[in-house]
Design a protein around this ligand. Structure first.
Ligand code: SF4
Length: 236
C-alpha cells in the first residue's frame, strides 16, 4: 500500500483512512527515515509494539519514564522487550523526583499537576521529538473528547512534526480482541480496575460504570497530560 500512496501528508492521510493499522505502519516506515513510537504502555501501546515487532519494521521505540510509574508498568516494559526482542528507550525529565521536590516543593502533582506534567512529560517529549520527522501514537478517537477529531495522519502543530495514529478508529473491544488473539503482554493492573494507567500518584482504579479515564487525575480539573492536544478541562 505504501507504494500506491502519495507522500504528502494530507493526501496520504485521506488515502489511509480505513486502512488497517498494519498498513498504516508499513506506509509510515517506508515514508519516514526518522520515525518513532512513543508508548505509555497502555493496552493500545502494547498492541502497537506487537504490530511493529511482528512486521519487523525499523521503528524507534521510547517511553517517557517520569520516575513515578507503577511497579507493574516497569515490569511490563521489561516483559515487552524480552517478548519481542526490542529496546524501548527511556526518555527522562531533566529533574529527578527528588530534585523536582527541592525546586518546586514535594508532590507537585498534588498542587499543580499541569506544571508537573509539563516538567516530566511535555518538555522531555518536545526535546526528544525534535530529533524525528514523524511520531506514532496509540491514541483512539473514542478515548476522550479531545481525541475525537484525531486523523490517521496529521501535522502535529504542537511539536512540529507529522503525527501518525494507526489505531485512531479502533474501539476498546478491537484492542482487547487483538491482545487476546496474539497473546500480547499487557499491564496486570488492567485486571484490577485500571483501564487507563499513567503515573502512580495520579491514577486510581475506576468502578465498572465509570468512564475508563475517570481514574486519571481523579478530583482534578484535568483530563490529558498535554502530549496530544491542548488541555481540555473536565465538564462540571
Ligand atoms: S501524571 Fe501526575 S506524576 Fe505524572 S507527570 Fe503528570 S502530574 Fe506528574
Amino acid at each position: 500500500m505504501a507504494d500506491e500512496l502519495a507522500t504528502d501528508v494530507p493526501t496520504a492521510g485521506r488515502a489511509l483512512d480505513g486502512a488497517t493499522p498494519a498498513e498504516i505502519l508499513r506506509w509510515a516506515s517506508a515514508r519516514f527515515d526518522k520515525l518513532t513510537f512513543a508508548t505509555g504502555f497502555g493496552a493500545e501501546g502494547c498492541v502497537m509494539i506487537d504490530l511493529i515487532a511482528r512486521a519487523g519494521l525499523p521503528i524507534d521505540l521510547f517511553t517517557l519514564d517520569t520516575g513515578v510509574l507503577f511497579p507493574e508498568t516497569y515490569e511490563l516494559w521489561r516483559r515487552l522487550e524480552v517478548r519481542y526482542g526490542v529496546t524501548i528507550r527511556a526518555v527522562r525529565p531533566a529533574l529527578t523526583i527528588m530534585a523536582q521536590g527541592l525546586a518546586h516543593g514535594p508532590a507537585l502533582w498534588e498542587r499543580d499537576p499541569d506544571r508537573c506534567c509539563d516538567l516530566r512529560k511535555v518538555r522531555p517529549l518536545r526535546a526528544e521529538l525534535a530529533r524525528f520527522d514523524a511520531w506514532i501514537t496509540a491514541i483512539r478517537r473514542e478515548q476522550t473528547a479531545d481525541r475525537a477529531t484525531a486523523r490517521v495522519v496529521e501535522q502535529d502543530a504542537k511539536f512540529g512534526l507529522v503525527k501518525i495514529n494507526p489505531l485512531v478508529a479502533w474501539t476498546r473491544d478491537d484492542v482487547w480482541a487483538h491482545i487476546y488473539a496474539h497473546d500480547v503482554p499487557y499491564n496486570l493492573l488492567h485486571e484490577r480496575g485500571y483501564p487507563s494507567i499513567g503515573c502512580e500518584p495520579c491514577t486510581s482504579a475506576v468502578a465498572a460504570d465509570e468512564d475508563p479515564r475517570a481514574g486519571r487525575w481523579r478530583g482534578a480539573d484535568k483530563t490529558e497530560c498535554g502530549l496530544h492536544h491542548i488541555l481540555l478541562r473536565k465538564r462540571a
